[in-house]
Design a protein around this ligand. Sequence first.
Ligand SMILES: Cc1cc2nc3c(=O)[nH]c(=O)nc-3n(C[C@H](O)[C@H](O)[C@H](O)COP(=O)(O)O)c2cc1C
Length: 128
Amino acid sequence: MAAELDKRKLAYPPLIEPRINGNAEVAAGLAPVAAVLQRKVYAGTIIAAGGFDADGAASIVRLGDADLDASGRLFIANLDLPRRFAMDPPLNAYDRATFYGGDQRGYADHPSYDATAARASLQQQGTP
Ligand SMILES: Cc1cc2nc3c(=O)[nH]c(=O)nc-3n(C[C@H](O)[C@H](O)[C@H](O)COP(=O)(O)O)c2cc1C
């Protein structure tokens, strides 16, 4: 299918990494990497998504298997996710129970990362 899509010069086809190998659901890292397979036959822009943390996002782009990485669940709980990925502070945990709506809970009530406050707190604790 990717080879056929390649002929059509799309902006980018959505690509989500699988959590299955054959018919079996498998642990993270044990499924074939869809971006790697697609890269072999698809010359256009590949945006990899599905289960990426900061290291995984950086390495799939560095290895050239994707041009960009997209995040879903982590973004919902970390509106400053690109900054967090760049600086490596802790991530807020997402709350699946709030994913499908209601109000701002789970979407806009997580604390953003404040590097200055974090540094001051570490200094107070005597950590250089
Ligand atoms: C609230 C929510 C709803 C989603 N709904 C759909 C959907 O209807 N169809 C779909 O293909 N993927 C859906 N996804 C999956 C995302 O498209 C995407 O694959 C995934 O969230 C990216 O992986 P990540 O969350 O590990 O970063 C949904 C994800 C979330 C968090």
